[in-house]
Design a protein around this ligand. Structure first.
Ligand SMILES: [Mn+2]
Length: 370
């Protein structure tokens, strides 16, 4: 936990700040251990505070042991922040005795406009400047420790077991909702604390929508069924996707699309190792799919970081210029979507290692005919 705080202090020094206000619940958890997702983390010099309301003060006190826990009471967040800043820097009405200016970072990516207005208002006409932190604090979470990787691997293993269960359970005539519920029950029965996102089960024509919501549609013979699901285990997320086929006779096009997606994923996986730029991995899969004639049918990024939150930095996207480092955990999930027809996506979760990567997903990718 102290190493993490040191890394936050490095941001404070690099950006010549006097303190930071964090509002992203995952960043607050990462830095302090407080998992309530309601509150603010405030650092002023070496002083650390968690601000929250009375519903969470006991939890925060037990989880964030290195922090002062402040109950915002009737004052609300911004007035409480102002009071703490003034106490720390012996200010009167926003003016320091020494008349210096204070720079306090805030998470512009994780604050509502009204929260921001309230902070800006209390520091209006004062010597306190609010400075954008951009992605800097999110990026602290990119490289996972061995303990974090173990928890993500466990979450992914629960997903593998749930998939193994579902391919024995699912049959023609069930609805997408039934299958989704069964997947969710399986993950929780296997020890998951919750879901990392709403389970996707998309069959037949619905499978051409990358983020389809399970419906009452009955799964039919001749359908591809795309299942994208994940769970949370001790705070850490998993994510995987498999597409199976109902029946034993695919059309030529269906077979071609499945084969192309799988080969594109394998090509991208092969290139994963420390030092490679994230956008180059995306490009490998994207170029492969384009060369097969489906360039317009793969709109989303190839993958995303996974950790405390299901979609985090870095990204296998066209624009992400982060360089791979051992300990990064990302999904690799190419897809081809043909509106009105069908879609296929295959997703694994990998951790970058010293000499390549380790695949945390273990479910078969050879097309399963149900
Ligand atoms: Mn994903």
């Amino acid at each position: 936990m102290n190493k993490r705080f040191d890394n936050l202090q490095n941001i404070i020094v690099d950006k010549t700040l006097d303190g930071v206000i964090l509002t992203d619940g995952y960043n607050i958890d990462y830095l302090s251990g407080y998992k309530g997702h309601t509150g603010m983390l405030l650092v002023l010099g070496q002083d650390r505070y968690i601000l929250t309301d009375s519903r969470y003060t006991e939890q925060a006190a037990s989880e964030a042991r290195e922090y002062f826990i402040i109950d915002i009471g009737m004052d609300g967040y911004s007035k409480t922040v102002k009071r703490l800043v003034e106490e720390k820097y012996s200010m009167e009405h926003g003016e320091c005795e020494s008349n210096v200016e204070l720079n306090i970072g805030f998470e512009d990516q994780a604050i509502s406009y009204s929260q921001y207005r309230a902070l800006a208002d209390v520091f209006d006409n004062s010597k306190v400047n609010l400075v954008h932190l951009e992605e800097s604090v999110n990026k602290l979470r990119m490289i996972k420790s061995a303990e974090e990787i173990e928890l993500i691997a466990k979450a992914e293993a629960i997903g593998d077991e749930a998939f193994n269960h579902i391919i024995n359970f699912m049959e023609v005539g069930m609805t997408e909702k039934q299958v989704a519920l069964e997947l969710e029950v399986a993950m929780k029965s296997l020890g998951a604390d919750g879901l990392s996102f709403d389970t996707i089960v998309a069959s037949g024509k619905n499978s051409s929508m990358p983020h389809a919501v399970p419906t009452d549609k009955v799964i039919e013979d001749g359908d591809f069924v795309t299942m994208d699901f994940g769970c949370v285990y001790k705070g850490y997320c998993s994510d995987m996707t498999r597409t199976v086929y109902m029946g034993d006779e695919l059309t030529e096009k269906q077979l071609e699309v499945y084969t192309t997606v799988l080969a594109a994923q394998k090509e991208a996986l092969k290139a994963i190792k420390p030092g490679v730029v994230c956008s180059d991995i995306d490009k490998i899969a994207r170029d492969y799919i384009a060369a097969a004639g489906y360039g317009d049918c793969f709109g989303h990024g190839l993958g995303h970081g996974v950790g405390l939150f299901i979609h985090e930095e870095p990204r296998f996207s066209r624009t992400c210029d982060e360089v791979l480092v051992p300990g990064m955990v990302l999904s690799v999930e190419p897809g081809i979507y043909l509106p009105g027809e069908f879609g296929v996506r295959i997703e694994d979760l990998i951790v970058v290692t010293e000499d390549g990567y380790e695949n945390l997903a273990d479910s078969p990718k050879v097309l399963i005919l149900m």
